[in-house]
Design a binder for this molecule. Structure first.
Ligand SMILES: [Zn+2]
Length: 287
């Protein structure tokens, strides 16, 4: 939905990072509750504010068109945009292709950015709590602040303390706000169970736009994200309809083959296919 070739604001903000100490002091002086968070903000202080909106652009979609990354959520112009976590606000009007942009600097050194806004809600340097409104969504083509947006939506991403743009769902650990998952025994027994599917949902939330619960009970949304992944990486050319057929499973088997599965790519999942898939899912990065 939008293009972000223009990392200027991130460079400017990296320089701002040098001032983080004084910014944090402002936050402490203004927001009493942020005293509790000072220097210790972690994933549990954050949440995914857009779970109720349709994901119209995945992280991979952004990378595919040369963007540094982001998530797009379709919503009517003027929708209040909640802060994903407590922090200090910086408004960047007319931020190139990103249009009106709000950056929230969090006390753990991470930043959250919201782009293509139609309006700002807070002043520069203001403290905002988790869930506080930082601006109003925009994105109508040609409207002031829309940048190069092609339709109403918000573009959302995080920037890690090293200045690298990061998928918020990666930071959040699948939108659940923290907590590590155990390894799945499917790698040994070849039978997928709840932990196996929880790890798959977490992986798909990070890589392929899955925004549902990490509950280990796969449904059409989990399978649609799995199809997006095997379309983007494992040679699947069919529809993204949330219904796994032999071609979808063959894509999964190709992934499994990259992780030790040596059987046929026939679209029929057996214990050895599941074991290869589980070996992939048991990597620490999907904990
Ligand atoms: Zn975007």
């Amino acid at each position: 939905m939008c293009e972000h070739h223009q990392p200027m604001s991130e460079r400017q903000l990296s320089r701002r990072g040098l001032l983080r100490g004084s910014v944090a002091t402002v936050g402490l002086a203004v927001g009493g509750s942020s005293l509790l968070m000072a220097g210790t903000a972690h994933a549990a202080d954050f949440y995914h504010p857009f779970t109720g909106y349709q994901l119209t652009g995945t992280w991979q979609d952004h990378l595919n068109r040369g963007s540094l990354g982001g998530l797009d959520f379709g919503m009517n112009v003027g929708t209040p945009l909640p802060a994903a976590g407590p922090g200090t606000v910086t408004n960047i009007p007319y931020n190139g292709t990103g249009g009106h942009t709000v950056t929230i600097s969090h006390s753990n050194g991470w930043r959250t950015q919201y782009m293509h806004l139609s309006g700002f809600s807070l002043g520069n340097g203001a403290s905002v709590g988790r869930g506080g409104t930082v601006g109003l969504s925009g994105g109508q083509p040609g409207a002031p602040g829309s940048g190069e947006s092609t339709g109403p939506h918000v573009h959302w991403h995080m920037i890690n303390p090293n200045g690298v743009r990061t998928n918020p769902l990666d930071f959040l650990g699948g939108g659940g706000g923290g907590g590590r998952l155990p390894k799945t025994s499917t790698e040994q027994d070849g039978v997928p169970g709840t932990i196996f599917w929880q790890r798959a949902q977490k992986w798909l939330s990070i890589e392929s736009g899955y925004t549902g619960p990490i509950d280990g009970a796969p449904g059409p949304n989990t399978y649609a994200a799995l199809q997006r992944n095997v379309r983007d990486h494992w040679g699947y050319g069919g529809p993204i309809d949330g219904v796994m057929g032999p071609n979808s499973w063959a894509g999964v088997q190709r992934l499994a083959a990259a992780h030790g599965y040596t059987g046929p790519i026939d679209g029929v999942m057996g214990p050895n296919s599941w074991r290869g898939f589980a070996r992939f899912l048991n990597q620490d990065r999907w904990d």
